[in-house]
Design a protein around this ligand. Structure first.
Ligand SMILES: NC(=O)c1ccc[n+]([C@@H]2O[C@H](COP(=O)([O-])OP(=O)(O)OC[C@H]3O[C@@H](n4cnc5c(N)ncnc54)[C@H](O)[C@@H]3O)[C@@H](O)[C@H]2O)c1
Ligand SMILES: O=C(O)[C@H](O)CO
Length: 325
């Protein structure tokens, strides 16, 4: 009999068939307690779990005593209780690299659209306001040769630095847990402490994972240190930023604009003050959302689960140490 796994995300048919060649697959809509209760026996017997964007915590793991591997269709894994997985020797696989270039494109789109007010002026054209040659009230600010500060110089940070430096002649400042010699060699990036980055950057881009250390890393104090002409971009995770402090900074003109792909609460509540600000471009967490990349992520997650359940974790594993226990 094939081992049993639970799938909590819809997959294209060919990927579903790839899984079914190895496992008996039960599809569920989500991992909420009522769903787990409804399929209690399947959860109790499953050795694998594949999906995205749902909390995988101690309460769920208690219902899955045979679980050996989880596979998320994302690079970020802040929704997993990694300590609880480690304590139960359960592998966690994720999808780095396949989405890096696409997410960097999205960040660049946020940089360009906020600086050049692309969404705002396009809306004005659609509203019939373009009746004569435009004046300064339609102008934006330049992107090329401005200074870009990247907080989190990982895979996506590097791909962003490449676009900005090689494509737009932009000098790069960066803050990370340690200096990144490759970023310095390839993109002449300059390592600096966070305060210096905030004070000197025209664009401040966050592309950080959400951890205990990065939660609300950006708040009132950090926005106060930025230039009043600066544009703030967040494409990492919403809770890295104190959103209320961001709203106040934007309303008070402490910073010029913001481009956001991620929020403290997703979907962003329709009454969020962010949606009333013309200088905010708010996207629905589309960093990796192209047909090609979402397919590649799903394929990677499928292969990751097959590998993990065969004990092969040379790549894409968050906690390979559990195999050595
Ligand atoms: N908006 C989206 O759709 C989207 C898509 C992909 C990834 N993401 C987010 O982006 C994050 C980064 O992805 P990646 O592939 O570049 O990951 P990565 O691990 O390659 O890079 C993260 C970088 O952040 C650095 N870092 C961690 N804590 C830090 C701190 N306190 N101060 C400074 N630097 C710190 C790490 O050292 C690392 O270099 C993911 O964890 C995910 O949350 C969002
Ligand atoms: O972490 C990721 O891969 C993206 O945010 C999609 O969830």
């Amino acid at each position: 009999m094939k081992p049993s796994i639970i799938l909590y995300k819809a997959l294209p048919d060919d990927l579903l068939h790839r899984l079914e060649a190895h496992f008996t697959v039960t599809q569920v809509p989500n991992l909420r307690p009522e769903t787990v209760q409804q399929h209690a026996e399947v959860f109790a017997n499953a050795v694998g779990l594949l999906g995205s964007s749902e909390a995988v915590n101690e309460a769920l793991l208690e219902k899955m005593p045979k679980l050996r591997a989880t596979s998320t269709v994302s690079v970020g894994y802040d929704n997993f209780d990694v300590d609880a997985l480690n304590a139960r020797n359960i592998l966690l696989m994720h999808t780095p690299t396949v989405l890096t270039e696409t997410v960097a494109d999205t960040v660049m789109a946020l940089v360009l659209s906020t600086a050049r007010r692309v969404v705002e002026v396009a809306d004005r054209v659609k509203a019939g306001e373009w009746k004569k040659s435009i004046g300064p009230d339609w102008f934006g600010t330049d992107v090329h040769h401005k200074t870009l500060g990247i907080v989190g110089m990982g895979r996506i940070g590097m791909a962003l630095a490449q676009r900005a430096h090689c494509g737009f002649g932009i000098p790069i400042l960066y803050n990370a847990r340690r200096p990144h010699p490759q970023a310095e060699e390839r993109f002449s990036a300059r390592y600096c402490d966070l305060d210096t980055l905030l004070q000197e950057s025209d664009f401040v881009c966050l592309i950080l994972p959400l951890t205990d250390e990065t939660h609300h890393l950006f708040g009132k104090e950090q926005f106060a240190k930025m230039k009043s002409s600066a544009i703030f971009i967040n494409a990492g995770r919403g809770p890295v930023v104190d959103e209320q402090a961001l709203i106040v900074a934007l309303q008070a003109g402490e910073i010029h604009a913001a481009g956001l792909d991620v929020f403290e609460q997703e979907p962003l509540p329709v009454d969020s003050p962010l949606l009333t600000l013309p200088n905010v471009v708010a996207l629905p967490h589309i960093g990796s959302a192209t047909h090609e990349t979402r397919f590649n992520m799903a394929a990677c997650a499928v292969d990751n689960l097959i590998d993990a359940l065969q004990g092969k974790v040379e790549k894409n594993c968050v906690n390979p140490q559990v195999l050595r226990k």
